[in-house]
Ligand binder design. Structure first.
Ligand code: ZN
Ligand code: ZN
Length: 446
């Protein structure tokens, strides 16, 4: 459990002219972003007159019709079907002076929104996600990620324009994080090629900058044999299920020699059609996971040897299809330190790095971006603003989806967006800092 801390390190926010502009720009957009993020009930008579939601609701009644009804949380859309969220976000960004390109790399629901100095020497990339989960809606809080990116971009845009900074901001709308790793498609297509650093935020039940994300790759293996009558002429068949079973067993045996932080797990998706037919076709799916990208590559080779051995010993032929390789996150030290320093100034202190690494896990396509350019992916607590972990409320649950619609989650999002925007401003203003960011990136695993 993280302790609650207070801090008096607010000078960075009180005395810095750039921070003041970032703060004001994001605060000014906060209510509009809340209506982007979730449904607000203007006629909810159950609200007390002095409640925060009532005040926001009153403000919303007077704002432009273009912002209502824009409610990503209440319209959860699955991977690559995020049409409403895509339209609402791009419409909002256009109305706030961003040049928006809709649809990238063959992904209809991707976008890039650009602002700042077109000849800027530094380009800061930020990512917004907005896909939901089947059956449980925004249980990963991507409605909040969506507006965290917009808020960060608005803050950076204000600072760049007000002070004529030689920089550009690119906000990337990256669809299908949960299922199809949209960022990898966009990265491979070159959408991020001129970005110096790329950063994003993710809601959670704890405040963690140094999350230990796992690298993973999913594989489908098919075996092709020969059908025959399982009773009258089984010797004429070539049993594809035998191959699938050998793989399942051999992977189970291999686990004894695997380090405890690595995983191979899977299912037999198609094991045959009838008990009285020797199966001529089987299909199995496995996921290979390890903390680092290089370890997954080693594990893949072992798994492929098992696939080949099963084919040879059963006289089957086989085909192997590897899915996208999701890499772990390489958290850039200088960017992380700067973000933490700025969050300290907003009243939040983090537990030590090693403790943070043990708190949250998972996998994200943002990992691949951190192998292509310096980046960070801070997780932030949407349950409370006090730095107190809430282990009773995990991601991908209905309860977390409810928290992602709460005023606290919104306030937490606005707070972290300010720190992320100012981390970007530091990259623009301080060339020595940006050099350190890049030097560390080049010294990392590639
Ligand atoms: Zn998720
Ligand atoms: Zn997520």
């Amino acid at each position: 459990m993280t302790q609650t801390h207070t801090t008096n390190n607010t000078q960075v926010w009180a005395s810095n002219k750039y921070a003041k502009v970032v703060h004001e720009a994001i605060e000014a957009a906060s209510n509009e972003l809340r209506s982007l993020s979730l449904k607000v009930h203007p006629c909810n008579t159950a609200l007390s007159f002095d409640s925060e939601l009532f005040k926001i609701t009153n403000m919303l009644i007077s704002i432009s019709k273009r912002l209502t009804p824009i409610q990503i949380h209440d319209h959860p859309e699955l991977a690559l079907k995020e049409f409403k969220a895509h339209a609402w976000l791009t419409g909002y960004l256009r109305s706030n002076g961003f040049a928006v390109e809709q649809g990238l790399s063959g992904l209809e629901t991707a976008f890039v929104a650009e602002a700042g100095n077109p000849h800027g020497q530094v380009t800061i990339g930020i990512c917004s996600e907005y896909d939901a989960l089947p059956g449980i809606g925004h249980a990963c809080g991507h409605n909040l990620i969506a507006i965290s990116g917009v808020a960060t971009a608005l803050g950076l845009k204000a600072a760049i324009e007000q002070f004529g900074l030689p920089a550009k901001i690119k906000l990337f709308g990256t669809p299908a994080e949960e299922r199809d790793a949209g960022k990898i498609t966009m990265l491979n297509a070159g959408d991020f090629k001129d970005v110096e650093v790329c950063m994003m935020l993710h809601g959670a039940n704890a405040d963690v900058i140094h999350t230990q994300f796992l690298s993973l790759q999913t594989v489908t293996v098919e075996y092709f044999g020969k059908a025959s009558h399982a009773s009258t002429t089984p010797w004429e068949g070539i049993n594809a299920l035998d191959a699938a079973m050998q793989v399942y067993t051999a992977i189970g045996l291999m686990r004894q020699q695997m380090p405890p932080d690595q995983r191979v797990h899977g299912i037999i998706q198609d094991g045959g059609q009838a008990a009285n037919i020797i199966p001529q076709y089987t299909r199995s799916v496995y996921t290979v996971r390890a903390p680092k990208y290089e370890q997954v590559k080693e594990l893949k080779t072992k798994v492929e040897h098992i696939f080949e051995a099963a084919a040879r010993s059963t006289r089957c032929t086989h085909k192997v299809f590897w899915g996208k390789h999701i890499k772990d996150i390489q958290t850039n030290g200088p960017l992380a330190d700067k973000f933490e320093y700025l969050m300290n100034g907003l009243g939040l202190e983090y537990s030590p790095k090693l403790e943070q690494q043990s708190k949250l896990s998972g996998s994200t396509d943002m990992g691949n971006l951190t192998y292509a350019m310096p980046g960070i992916h801070p997780m932030y607590n949407i349950i409370n603003l006090d730095g107190i972990d809430d282990n009773s409320l995990g991601l991908h649950t209905k309860e977390f989806a409810a928290a992602a619609a709460d005023t606290v989650g919104h306030a937490a999002t606005i707070r972290v967006a300010k720190a992320l925007a100012m981390t970007g401003v530091e990259c623009i203003l301080n060339s020595a800092f940006l050099r350190r960011v890049k030097d560390e990136f080049h010294s990392q695993d590639q």
